[in-house]
Every structure is written in C-alpha cells, then in structure tokens.
Design a protein around this ligand. Structure first.
Ligand SMILES: [Zn+2]
Ligand SMILES: [Zn+2]
Ligand SMILES: [Zn+2]
Ligand SMILES: [Zn+2]
Ligand SMILES: [Zn+2]
Ligand SMILES: [Zn+2]
Ligand SMILES: [Zn+2]
Length: 1642
C-alpha cells in the first residue's frame, strides 16, 4: 500500500533534527519528553496495531519466557560461582538473587565483585553440570524451550514487527557507522523547505548528523526495551540483525556494527553491546549463528582491537567469553570455523619481533610494542575459554581440527624454545640488565593453556599419540644438529664409557625457555599412564627418541640454576636471579621446573644409568673430580683456589640433590603409580612440615589450575587439623602427626630456606615426642613401568663411586674439601637405596625375583689394585668419628636398617623385627621421660631453696601486690562523702605524692611550690558521644562554649599514656624533637607519624602520640571551716544563696563600672546601680597565686593547648575562652569514661587502668587551678553567667533555657570557676558547702530537664512496685504536676509516678556517676567499696551526699526552690524546646549495625552511585561506620576543599561526622580505614572472616565472609576510648610506608 521505509525515514528526517538540534538554551529534558511522543510512540502503534500499552501488555502475557536469567552485572555487584564441580567453567556466575535460590548456596562457593558487563548464567543448562536453575528460573513442566517462540504470534504481527525492526535497526546501524559529517544517508535529507544559503546549510547538516546519531542510540535502547516484552520479538530482531545484506557474506547489520566497533565512540559501543547481550546472546538459536559470524570476523576484530586504545571492556571482542565458554559452541567453532588455529595464528601475527632463528625477541622492545603485547594477551584468554571444558567424546573432525590447532600451537612454542638466551659474564659486571619480564609474562599466560592442551590430549589416546609425534618432530626440528660444531668426546668412569658432546653451561649460550621439551615431557608422562604403555609399549613411538637429545636442554637449565646458586653468575645481575626465581615459583614451576625434572626422568629411564650420570657430571662440570682414579683423595692432591673449591662443593650438593629428585620424585601421575590427589596431599604435608599455616598461606604455596582451584579442600582434612583463631590472628592448619611420615627432607619444591626450617621443625617435634630425631627418606610409591628402571641409578657403579668418594673425604674433618650438606645428601641417597630395597623385598613375594640388591653393592669393597673400603665399611668407621656428631643418628639408622635388611633377606619375618624396633623405641622414650622428670624435680628444688633464703623479700613483694592491704582508709567517718562540708579529707601523709621522671629518672615530690611535673597528654576534638551529627560545626572565632548543649555534638577529649616527666625535661626533649624534625625535613620531604609544627610528639617511653602535657598538682588544701557541722541545714542554703546573690550583684556592677570606665561612656553609668558588696566580700582583693613559676607555665601550656585544639584556633593564652575549654574538656572526658565503664559493664571505681586514673585526676585538679593563670574578672564573669542559668537573674543577659544545657558540664564549670569568686570572700562561708549546693541545684535542674523532655508519648499501665519506692513515685508525680501548673498545656498529663520515677532514675544516673567521678578526683575522697561493684543507686547518692529520694532536694527546701523553678519555666525557650529537645535518657553511641553476610554490603555498595556525577557508579564506595553514610571515596568527582586543601570524600566527611576522626569500611577492599586529621591514616583488619578464620583484605580470595562480632566490638571499643588516633600513630610507627600515603585524598 505504501512504502513504509520511505515514510519512516521522512518522519525521522523531519522530527529528529527538530528534537535533538535544539538550541543550547532550551531545556534538555524536552528531548526526553518529545522523543517518546513523536518518535517512539508511532513505531509502537504500528507494531502493536493498537494502543501500545495494551498491545505490549498482551505480548507480555502471552510470552513464555526462556529460563535464562541474563541479569547484566553492574560494576561492583557481587557475583557467585560454585567451587564444587557444578559449573562447566569458572566464568559461570550467578547474580545474588539467583544464587540465594540455588543449590550452590550450600556448596563451597566463591564471591567476587563484577567488573561490569557479563550476565548471570542461571538457567543455562550448558553452563552448569549440576543445579542450572534457581528456584525462580526453574522451568515449568510444559517445557517451552524447544518450541518456536514465534508460534505465539499472529502472522500480521510478525510481519509488522519484521518491518519496524528492519527499518529501525538499519537506520541505527547506518547512523552509527556513518562517516561523513556534512551529508546524510539517502532518505534522511531534511525536508526541502528551507531557504538557507549554502554555507549555512553545511552547518545545519552537521548538527543533523549528530542529532540522528543521538536518536540512533535511543532507537537501539528502545529496541532493547521492546524485545523484553516477548521472546518472539527478540527472535525477530535477531533474524533481522543477522540477515545477510546485499554485499554478500559478512554483510548483515550485526556484522556491520561489529566491524565498525573500533571506529565508534565508547557510548555507542556500550549501547549496541548491551543490545547484543539482551538479544543475540539470549536466544539459543541465534547465539549459535552469531558465534559463527563472530568467529568468521575474529581476525579482523582482534586486529582492530589491538590498534584501538580503549580498554577491552569497551570492545566487541570482549563478548568472546559469552560464546567461547559454552562447550557446544566452542566445539562447533573449533570443528567448523577452525577457531583454535585462527586464534593462535592471529596471536602469532601480532608478535612479530623475532631474532635470526625465528625466536621471539623481547630484549629491546619499545614502549609501543609493549603496549601492543599487553593487548594481544587477551587472545590467550580467548584460547583459554575455548579449551576450558574438555571434550567428553571426540569425533574424527574434532580430532583433525584439534591437532591442526595443536600444530599451530607448536609453531608458537617453537618461537619460544631457546628465546632470551644468557651467556655467563666473566671479568666485568653486565652493563645493562636485559629485559626478561616479557618472556616470563608470555610463559605465565601460556602456563594454563599448555596444561589444558595436555589434558585434552590425555582424554583420547589417538590424539595423545599423534600430538606426541608432532611435538617430538617439532623438538627434533628445533634441535636438529645440536651437536653441530661441538666436538664429540668420550667419558669413562668405573669401567663404563659413553660418547657425548663437549658443552659447558658456564661458557656458552643457555636459555631457560624450553616449552617444547617441557610439553613433550608432559605428554610422555601421560603416555606412560595409558593402557598401551602397560601392555604394548612397543606400539608407542618411543623408538624414534634419542634420550641424550631429550635430556640435554633441561639438564643445561638445571645446571644453570645450580651454578647461579654456587655464585658463578654473579656478574649477570638481577635479571637472571629473577628468572631463576620464577622458574621455581609456584606460578610457573608446573610447566617449567617440574617438567624439566620429568624430562630428565624420562631420558634417564631410557638410558644406562652410568651413562646418564656421567653426562650429568660432565654438564655440572664435575666430571674431572670424580673420574680420576684416586678421586677419593681429591684434595690431598688438588691444591685449588679456595673459591673454586667452594663453588664445586655447592655444585656437588646440587648434583646430589638432583639425583635424589630424579629417583625420588614419583608423585606425578604417569611417573609414579599415584592417585590423582596424592600429589596435592604431599604438597600440603610438606608445607605444613615447615609450620602450621593459614588457609590463604597454603593456597599461595600451591599451584592453581585454570579454575583458580588448588584441589586442597578435598584432601586437607585427611592430613591436617584446623585450629580456630581468637580475636586477632588467623585460623591455622596443623599437620596430623601420622602424616609426618611422608616428610622428605629433599622435597623438590623446598627452597633451601624452607628445607632448613622444615628440618628444624621436624627434628624438634621428634625430640618432643621422645623419638630419635633422625629424618630418614620416606617410603615412596612405585614407578610406572616406563620409568621403572630409574631405581637402578641408586645401585649403579658411577653413583656408588661418587658416594664412596664423598664418604672417604668425610673421614677427615672438613678443611673445606667437603661440606655437611654434601654428606647429608650422600647419607640420604644411601638411605633411599635401603628403603627401596626393603620395598622390593617386601613385595618380592608377589613379584618375581628382583635384581635390586643395594645391601650387597654397598658391602662390596673396591676392586684391586686400589682396594678401597666398601661404603658400609666407611660408614662403620664414620659412625664413631667425633667431627660427625650431627650425622651420627642418620649413620646409625642406616646401619640398623641394613641389619634388618639382611635379616629380611634370610627370610626372617619382618614383623618380629619391627616389634623389636618398637620395643626399643618405647624403652628409649621411657628413659627420656624419666630424665625430663628428674630435671624438673631438680629445678623446683632449687627454686624452693631460693625462696627460703630470701623469705623476707618475697613476703614484702606479695604484700605490695595485694591491694586490700595497701590502701587503708583511715577516715574519721564510717560513711564516705566526696563532696560537701562532711567530705573526706586527706591527711598530711596521703597528700604527699612522689613520682619519678621517665627522662632523668629522678624522684620528685609534687608540691605547689616545687618543680612542675607533667603527664604526656593528647587532646582531641570528639563526637563520640554526639547525639546530633547533623549540627553544623561552630564558627571557631565567634563560638561561645560556656554552655554545652545536651546533644554533646562536639567535645574536647583529653587522654594520656600516664608517663610523667619534669616539665623542664619534657621541654628539652620537645625542643630536640623539633630540631631533629627541621633538619630531617630539609633533607627529605617525608612525613612522620606526628606533626611537630602542631605541637605533636611521641611519648619518650611508650611512643604514644601526644600533643601537650598536663601538670600534676597536689590535692588542694581546703581550710576546714564549718568542718564540724555535720547536719545539712537547708535553711542555710537559702541564706547562702542570698549572700551569693548579693555578692554577684556587687561583682556585676563593679565589672560594668570598670567596663564603662574603659569605654569612657560616663553617661551609661545611669543604668548601673552601685551595689555595695556584702560583708566580708572584698571586690578589690587579688589573691596571691600559690604556684611555683614552672607550674604556672605548665598551667598556661595545657590550657592553651586545650583551647587551640578544642576550638581549632590559633593559640592565645589571653582569650577568655581558655578556662572554659579546660573545664569543658574535664567534663567531657569524665562523661566519656563514665560511658565506657557502662559499656564494658565495669564498676564505677577500681576498674580503670592506671593511665586513665592518673589522667582524670590531674585533669580535674588542673581544672580547679586553671583560673589562677587567667584574668580573674573574666572567670568571675563566667561564673556569674553560669550561676544565672541555674538561678535566673534578670540582670544577666543571653542565658540559655535549661533544656539547652548539659547539666554535668554546668556543674563542673560552676565548681571549677567558683574559686575565682570565693577567693574574694572572707565572710566565713565554706567552699565545700558551696560545692554541695551547686550539686543540689544542678541535680534538681536536671530532674526538671528530664521530666520536660523524656516523658513518653503514651502513658503505660500503672505498675505496682514495692513500698520502697512508693514515696519517690508520689513525690515525682507531685513535682511533675507542679511543673504542669507552670507550663500548662505544653506538658502532657501523666499519672503514673512509677513511670516518671523510672525516667528520672535512668536519665540522671549517668550524671550522678559522672559527678561521683568528678568529686572523687577533685577532692581525693576514696570511693566506698559498694561502688567497686555494679549495682549502685543508694551508694552513689550516699557518696555524693544526696538523699536517695532526690525529690527531697526540692521538697525540703521549697522556699528556695519554688522561685528558681518558676524562673526556669518562664524562660521563653522552654516551651519551644519542649517539642524538639533531645531525649535525655542518655544511651551510649554504637557503631552502625553491619550485616552478617559480607555480600549484602557489596550489594548495597554496588547500587550506590556517586552523589556528584549524575548516577555514575562510585569506584571506591566507603561506609562510615559511625553514622552509616556511604561515600564516594578516592575519586576526583567527590573531592572538596577543606581549609584550603583538596580532600577526598572520606576526609571531608570525617570533619563533619567525627570532628576529624573517622572509621570507615572500604567495601570493595574489605578493609577498615582509620583517618585522623588530613594527614594521618591507617588500614585496619576488617571484622569479617571467612570459614578459615581469615580476613580477605582486597577481596582477592573470594571466600564467603561473615561478621565476627568480637572483632567489631574491638573496633568499637577503640572508638569509644578515643584511641583511633593513637592506633594510627602506632601503625605508622610500625610501618613507614603508611606515612607516605596521601590519606586526605581518600
Ligand atoms: Zn540471575
Ligand atoms: Zn535464576
Ligand atoms: Zn554447586
Ligand atoms: Zn626529669
Ligand atoms: Zn607514654
Ligand atoms: Zn559518618
Ligand atoms: Zn564521586
């Protein structure tokens, strides 16, 4: 009817530029509104043939969705894989939801965070061998997966969909791959209505192109959304996309997109990759077709990728994992598209730098080549995907194509065989370290491929034999004519001779890279495992082998290692040392060192052992030593250079070790007769023989396969026991005692260091068990038939000759001509011979006659004319040699076993001998035990003796240790009061306090007029007790800190390590630190863990971070006026208040007068009434400062420091806020310690560590003295204002309402500022009485505060309580009603006295406890014993001299209290505050609750987006453990400026949330982060552990992690103790690299 494509194009041509070319000033949201309306909606209408919302809903309803989950992972989202063998390959992952509903939850699983891209494999039956579906994706009984989804759709619908999809997809592809800027595709030219001139038109076209490209992306997204409604639509889209275009092959729209991939911008790539994933890869039929197209284009795509500069995640090549890991697809691509060969060839094509022999040459490659090399490596990843699942059945076609790929792979290995050769440097040191890493990178990347190639071969005998032949011919080709130019020589020893070539490792080229030889070694062992090898070995292609050729290069490589150990290659530098290291390292050794050893075993098994050993001696360059007839007298005759002798000794040791390994390493399947887990079991045993190890340490020591599995879990429990960790440390595996018998001192994977550690550990265990400490060679499994002849090495003439020679040398003490290790190895070899013989004898019953007769051979003396003694004879002699003490037990063991052997041979039954052996051992153990007991008895006897002699001394020290006898309470009163006129007073002797300076060690008495003693202290701002983290920080210059708000949002905490110094000693120390720091900073720009410029230093004794010192002061001597008046007279209080009030009045007017006089404002004098002071109050009196000058100086020092840190201002000792900050810090510190004691469930007194006890006591006494160094008028003025808050006084302005005051701070400030006023008073009032009255008033105020703010919403049922508290309940009810009469409707009606009293008691307890601590430290009154235990109300009130019914404070003194109460309630702030005030039942702050399962946190973090960059994922989401905020850390997007420095989100948050101190959890890293200030930080172990009791910092291992409450509580305790900064300091002192980190950027 009409031409649809044309019409659509016309529509788009008209509207797209209009919507997407809008000018810059228009609202960009219009795009989002207009595009769906004008562009998408018509398409949807056409598609559905009706209202889209109806049509699409219908589609969705009829849809029978496939069972694939297909959830596409976000960056950082948790993914799960099963570590049982459920998955087809390790790339199979589940999303969190599917995982939780799957069977694998119960299996051992791995949890990782996704790097983005990739999707959930749930429901893919090919991806899973077991449990492919979660509960949600379980298929219905009517299996719909086979049915064609199109069957559900009407024909018209199919046709319409087909039309729309082909037009839109074509449009999008055209636009995205469009390369011309000034022209549009046909049909999209703008409607010809414009009258614009030409140049302008070009511009319009240009923006039109951009507009169409924008819409093209939208169109692709739209397609992705539409196909979600129905699998049928998805299938149609796939069909449209893959339909071959007019240009023939590879011209479909999908092909076009792929082939233009590298030309597109990132955003476009992302969008179409997403579409591919949700369409082509979700449809089983089209996934296959797409895979074929992908393979066809593979080479081109990879070449484009290598040239491109975007990361692989933005390349279409990254989709390979989605197809190549599907076994059926991989198999199909190998057979039909020859994928293996394609990948390998493409890889080779990109590595072009070769030397003359065609070997890769990385030696001097450029940065650009290095870059390319890195990109090319992703091809190896693809090859790995293809090979990852081995075929279960082979077709001829698969065999053919696999072998073709194998040949291509051999070509690759050929280029590596012999690359990067080295030549020994003599004379001078190497000039430039040669590049070696690239070659090893390649080797490492290929390691798993090589292993997988072998596994494929091993699954089909025909393939194995063919591959073996191909490999052999490739190797032969490589080494054809390896004898060229090298003269043949003849070696002869002990009556044997052999021809070989002349070749010296120390003089000629040698390479560590021999992948071809090693692959052949691997295949040889596999061949040896096959049935053919057992039955018809003649059918194997072994006749073509030339054993000397096979062993030549691996032997050279091993000799190279030996020579490096012997120090012969020192001049070749570190590059060689590193190569040797990696050669043996767990990452490479499987396909390097291990295979070289196998190759020597294979070669030797096919050679005469004497010939083999002679060639070996010759390559070790030791032939000349052992070949001469009188080699047994080597060093008598040889007068060689000492270094050379030393070198040769090491070489002999290495050579003997190699022989031990060749005969003794039988745990490779195919070499020895072992089961598949024996090898790994043996590895574990040998690791644990060194020491007990954590799970992760073991994992690191074991080789991982391509699935990152070591296979350890299957066997570990059979050889080891697990021990759980405590609050620190890790869980450990310990070797089961019975497994120690497998221990082999010469285990091939031990380094020399491992070996000596293991030897020591094993000997120690044996000694502890009372056993002989000898470590004989273990019993070994038998060799496979192909390798069986290797045992003959042990009894061959050449080896016996060598052994005899070394034993002969050892007859004399070593003058350097033999070494202990050499002898140890010889003895081990002899031991191996005996053990081997024993095994042969024991099995000889079933086996036919054995020709292994070691005992006979070693008993045979040398032949005439030399007539040397036999090995046995030598051993008999050596057994008594005094210089061989360490080897004696081994020699004895050998001689004993030999005896057993002989008895075995004479058909004695072995068991009786073994019984005898056992009896002997038991007897020895018994003797050892007796000996030990005797020694113990002797020792304890000696101790007793010593104590008797020094009896007095012990008595004394015991008494000192007992606290009950040392602290005697000689108080005049039986009840103890800490405050008030009846308070406890220190006698003269109690006040005397003598301390020792940690710096000069001198003793010093603390006296008012003495030298000042100081305590190292650390003052910090704190929000630990804050109940309002939203309160913005104060402006430090204007802030008036006199009244602390009850939310305690910011406080100043003072801590101390408790170490005491003379003030002058400390000053000298601090000056020295300063000077040193200045010098150091000039030299090197490194930070220290402390900031000297800010006054920080480390305590000279314990290195605790400090930033000031507190002076130590004696207890104040209070004159004992009214001391005898024991009754508390409430009338007196009224009188006292009246007098005080008069005093204040006078003081206030005097201050105003003085101020007015200063300002010359004479006319203001009118308002100020002249108030005469009451009797005995001297306004002009200036009290004498009693302190010595050094104490005064220290008072100023500490006061200024507290002021500076607490307000974050510059130090100013004149500032009126200095004393306020000191009182505040005293109050805050006491409050925080009170909370800490509650949290730790410790009693109020007697449980504080000394350092805190000392700190609080000096802090409080300092508080009471600090007014003496401030302006008295200032302190008096503070006092007036403080008192006015308590006793409202209309003359004082800006008094806060009582709901806005923390009462404990008020109490402390009142008490500590009072002396400044009191000192003027000579009327005879007592300071103690005043303290008590303050306490009374503040307590009542606090009760009011609690009642006003904590009354519950709903009144609960009246509770009956015992008569004891009845009175309190009545009183509190009355009191509450009194309050209501003052405040009226503002206060709810409550008639439950019980409840009110509960509120009051709970609310006031922290205050009372803090007050008890305060007066205890201020007045030195010892605490009653009741307060040393937990339950406390009565004792507490008693100690504080308060009635236990606190309401009596009000009712016994109503005359005074009523007006005061009225004053409080009439403050305008009270009614306002009633609605909003903080609940005053103070509970301790906790760190936030963490989920039990760590993946819940990962999930939470993965949906967290950066708050500043519009929905982008945050790279390092970090959780504040204090308030629970998630932050975007370590990223520029969230940097902000703080005090002129750019800081990261964490540091910025720290200042708002923690007053500079922060505790965070870095979610991606599973790591706790402590921050302090802008420069300090450290990492701390997270509270999450895996099942092995280990943390996983960096989330590398992927074991499931669970919250460990104990460890989390430990972190919380550090925080509550204000020890975070200190912890950081210690961490930084211990680990200097932490100092260098830019913490402020986190
Ligand atoms: Zn899923
Ligand atoms: Zn699922
Ligand atoms: Zn599983
Ligand atoms: Zn001193
Ligand atoms: Zn200290
Ligand atoms: Zn926070
Ligand atoms: Zn951010």
């Amino acid at each position: 009817l009409c031409n649809l494509p044309k019409e659509v194009y016309q529509h788009l041509a008209c509207y797209v530029p209009k919507i997407y070319c809008l000018g810059p000033n228009l609202n960009p949201q219009n795009e989002d509104l207009l595009a769906p309306l004008l562009l998408q909606s018509p398409l949807e209408w056409y598609l559905c043939g009706e209202e889209p919302s109806v049509g699409l809903a219908k589609l969705e309803q009829n849809n029978q969705p496939s069972q694939l989950c297909g959830h596409v992972f976000k960056v950082g989202e948790p993914t799960y894989s099963c570590r049982y063998s459920c998955a087809a390959d390790p790339t199979c992952v589940l999303c969190m939801q599917c995982f939780l509903g799957s069977v694998h939850k119960e299996h051992r699983y791995r949890m990782t965070t996704s790097g983005g891209g990739g999707f959930c494999d749930c429901g893919d039956t090919e991806a899973w061998k077991k449990g492919p579906y979660c509960q949600k994706h379980e298929p219905n009984i009517s299996d719909s997966s086979q049915k064609d989804p199109l069957a559900n759709l009407s024909d018209e619908m199919i046709a319409r969909t087909y039309n729309v999809f082909s037009i839109i997809l074509k449009y999008a592809v055209d636009m995205l791959t469009w390369e011309k800027e000034d022209e549009l595709p046909e049909g999209l030219e703008p409607p010809n209505t414009s009258r614009q001139t030409k140049p302008l038109r070009v511009q319009v076209m240009h923006s039109s192109v951009v507009a169409h490209q924008c819409f093209a992306l939208k169109a692709l997204t739209w397609l992705g959304q539409i196909i979600r409604y129905s699998d049928a639509l998805r299938r149609i889209l796939c069909q449209v996309g893959l339909q071959r275009g007019p240009e023939g092959e590879n011209s479909s729209l999908v092909d076009t997109l792929m082939l233009c991939d590298s030309k597109m911008w990132k955003g476009a790539r992302n969008v179409y990759h997403q579409l591919f994933m949700s369409s082509l890869l979700m449809d089983t039929k089209y996934k296959k077709l797409f895979a074929i197209q992908f393979a066809k284009n593979y080479e081109r795509l990879q070449s484009d990728y290598v040239k491109d500069d975007h990361d692989r995640e933005f390349s279409v090549t990254d989709l390979s994992v989605q197809m190549f890991t599907v076994p059926s697809l991989a198999r199909m691509l190998i057979t039909e598209e020859n994928l293996m060969t394609t990948i390998i060839r493409t890889f080779m094509d990109h590595l072009r730098h070769r030397d003359l022999h065609g070997h890769f040459q990385f030696e001097r490659y450029t940065a650009q080549q290095a870059f390319k090399f890195r990109r090319v490596q992703s091809l190896i990843g693809d090859l790995k995907y293809v090979l990852i699942s081995r075929p279960t059945e082979w077709t001829d076609q698969l065999r053919e194509k696999y072998l073709e790929g194998f040949s291509a792979f051999l070509e690759l290995l050929k280029c590596m065989q012999g690359m990067d050769p080295v030549v020994r440097q003599v004379g001078q040191h190497i000039e430039m370290e040669p590049e070696w890493e690239a070659a090893f990178t390649l080797q490492m990347k290929l390691t798993h491929i090589i292993s997988m190639m072998q596994e494929w071969c091993s699954s089909d005998e025909r393939v194995l034999i063919e591959a073996y032949k191909k490999c052999l011919s490739a190797l032969t080709h490589c080494h054809s004519g390896f004898t060229d130019g090298e003269q043949p020589i003849t070696l002869s020893m002990c009556g044997h001779s052999v021809d070989t070539i002349r070749y010296c490792v120390s003089q000629e080229k040698v390479s560590i890279h021999l992948p071809l030889s090693r692959l052949l070694a691997g295949l040889h062992a596999l061949l040896s495992k096959t049935e053919v090898a057992y039955r018809f070995p003649e059918l194997l292609p072994l006749s073509e082998l030339s054993p000397p050729m096979l062993i030549e290069h691996p032997l050279r490589c091993l000799v190279l290692c030996a020579q490096v150990h012997a120090g012969m290659w020192r001049r070749n530098g570190f590059s060689l040392v590193n190569q040797i290291y990696y050669y043996h390292n767990v990452k490479c050794r499987v396909e390097m060192f291990d295979k070289d050893l196998s190759m020597l075993q294979a070669g030797a098994s096919m050679m005469d052992p004497n010939h083999f050993l002679m060639i070996m001696l010759s390559r070790f360059e030791l032939y000349h030593i052992f070949s001469s007839a009188d080699c047994r007298k080597r060093y008598n005759r040889e007068n060689a250079n000492k270094d050379v002798v030393q070198q040769n000794n090491t070489l002999i040791e290495e050579m003997l070790h190699l022989v031990i390994m060749i005969v003794g390493e039988r745990y490779t399947a195919g070499v020895g007769q072992v089961e598949c887990f024996d090898e790994i079991r043996r590895e574990i045993v040998h690791q644990l023989c060194i020491r007990p190890m954590a799970h992760s340490e073991l994992v690191k020591a074991l080789p991982e396969n391509e699935n990152k599995e070591t296979g350890m879990e299957r066997v570990i429990d059979s050889v080891a026991l697990f021990k759980k960790p405590g609050v620190t440390g890790k869980g450990l595996y310990k070797l089961r005692p019975e497994s120690a018998k497998m221990f082999n001192l010469y285990f091939h994977h031990y380094s020399r260091a491992d070996q000596s550690k293991a030897e020591e550990a094993q000997r120690k265990i044996k000694r502890q068990n009372g056993e002989d400490s000898v470590l004989p060679p273990p019993v070994l499994p038998r060799f496979c038939p192909l390798f069986a002849s290797l045992v003959n090495i042990l009894q061959c003439d050449v080896l016996l000759g060598i052994l005899g020679a070394v034993l002969q040398w050892a007859m004399e003490p070593s003058g350097g001509h033999w070494s202990e290790s050499m002898l140890q190895r010889v003895l081990h070899l002899i031991g191996m011979g005996l053990v081997e013989e024993q095994q042969h004898l024991l099995s000889s019953a079933e086996d036919n006659d054995t020709n292994f007769n070691f005992t006979l051979k070693i008993s045979r003396p040398g032949e005439a004319p030399a007539n040397t003694p036999s090995i046995l004879a030598l051993l008999e002699t050596l057994q008594n040699a005094p210089h061989l003490e360490v080897h004696k037990d081994m020699i004895r063991w050998i001689l004993k076993v030999k005896l057993i052997q002989i008895s075995l041979q004479s058909h004695l039954i072995g068991s009786t001998v073994r019984d005898k052996d056992k009896a002997e051992r038991k007897r020895k153990a018994e003797m050892a035990r007796l000996r030990r007991e005797k020694i113990m008895a002797q020792m304890s006897e000696m101790q007793r003796h010593f104590i008797n002699e020094n009896k007095e001394l012990f008595q004394q020290s015991l008494e000192e240790l007992d606290p009950s006898t040392s602290s005697t309470l000689d108080s005049c009163d039986s009840t103890l009061f800490c405050v008030g006129p009846r308070r406890w007073r220190a006698g003269g002797s109690d006040r005397r306090q003598v301390v020792t300076c940690i710096l000069c060690q001198e003793e010093q008495e603390i006296r008012i007029d003495g030298k000042a003693m100081v305590l190292a202290a650390f003052v910090q701002r704190s929000t630990v007790m804050s109940k309002n983290r939203k309160r913005p920080p104060h402006n430090p210059d204007k802030y008036d800190p006199l009244f602390m708000h009850p939310d305690l949002s910011f406080g100043t905490h003072t801590g101390s390590c408790g170490h005491i110094m003379h003030s002058h000693c400390w000053q000298r120390y601090f000056e020295a630190v300063q000077a040193k720091e200045q010098r150091r900073q000039q030299r090197l720009r490194v930070h220290t863990s402390y900031d000297v410029e800010n006054g920080e230093f480390l305590c000279p004794l314990c290195e605790c971070l400090s930033n000031t010192v507190i002076p130590l002061l004696p207890l104040t001597k209070t004159s004992c006026r009214y001391c005898n008046k024991h009754t508390l007279d409430f009338d007196l209080q009224l009188q006292w208040l009246n007098i005080t009030s008069l005093q204040m009045k006078a003081l206030l007017s005097a201050h105003r007068k003085a101020k007015a006089a200063d300002a010359d404002g004479v006319d203001d004098m009118d308002g100020v009434n002249d108030c005469p002071p009451p009797d005995g109050f001297k306004l002009d009196y200036t009290p004498k400062n009693p302190y010595s000058s050094t104490i005064k100086e220290m008072l100023t020092t500490f006061g200024t420091a507290t002021y500076k840190v607490g307000l974050k201002v510059h130090p100013n000792e004149q500032d009126p806020r200095v004393p306020i900050m000191c009182w505040g810090s005293c109050a805050y510190t006491i409050q925080s310690i009170e909370r800490l004691l509650v949290d730790e469930e410790k009693p109020l007194f007697g449980s504080l560590p000394c350092r805190q006890d000392d700190c609080l006591s000096s802090l409080t006494r300092f508080g009471s003295a600090c007014w003496t160094v401030s302006s008295h008028a200032t302190v008096q003025n503070h006092f007036i204002r403080l008192l006015a808050a308590l006793v409202p006084d209309p003359r004082v302005e800006n008094t806060p309402c009582i709901l806005d005051i923390d009462m404990f701070h008020l109490l402390v400030s009142l008490v500590l500022s009072h002396p400044a006023v009191f000192s003027l008073d000579s009327s005879g009032l007592s300071a103690d009485t005043a303290q008590l009255y303050f306490l009374h008033l503040v307590t009542v105020a606090h009760i009011v505060q609690i009642l006003l703010s904590s009354v519950p919403e709903e009144v609960q049922m009246e509770q009956e309580s015992g008569g004891a508290e009845r009175e309190e309940e009545e009183k509190v009810c009355m009191f509450y009603n009194t309050l209501r009469t003052h405040l009226g409707s503002g206060l709810r009606e409550v008639d439950s006295g019980w409840h009110l009293w509960c509120c009051v008691k709970a609310g006031i307890l922290p205050y009372l406890r803090a007050a008890a601590l305060f007066f205890h430290y201020l007045n030195g009154a010892p605490a009653p014993p009741e307060l040393h235990s937990v339950g406390e109300w009565e004792a507490l009130c008693g100690y504080l001299c308060l009635p236990s019914n606190l309401l009596q404070l009000f009712y016994n003194n109503r005359e005074l209290m009523e007006p005061v109460l009225h004053g409080w309630c009439s403050h305008p702030g009270v009614l306002q505050g009633l609605q909003s005030s903080v609940a005053l039942i103070r509970e301790s702050n906790h760190l936030i609750e963490l989920p039990g399962d760590y993946s819940a946190l990962i999930n939470q973090a993965s949906s967290f987006t950066c708050p500043k960059s519009g929905g982008d994922k945050s790279r390092a989401p970090t959780l504040c453990l204090v308030c629970g905020a998630m932050l975007c850390s370590q990223s520029y997007c969230c940097q902000s400026e703080l005090e002129g420095v750019d800081v990261g989100a964490c540091t910025a948050h720290t200042f708002a949330c923690g007053a500079g101190v922060g505790i965070f959890l870095r979610v991606r890293e599973s790591q706790v982060l402590f921050l302090a200030g802008k420069t300090k930080g450290c990492f701390y172990a997270p509270p999450y552990l895996d099942d092995y009791g280990e943390t996983d910092q960096g989330l590398r291992r992927g074991n499931p992690l669970h919250l460990c409450q104990e460890r989390y509580r430990k972190i919380q305790k550090l925080w509550r103790q204000h020890s975070i900064t200190e912890e950081i300091g210690h961490a930084q002192e211990a680990n200097q690299t932490l100092v260098g980190i830019d913490w402020q950027h986190l």
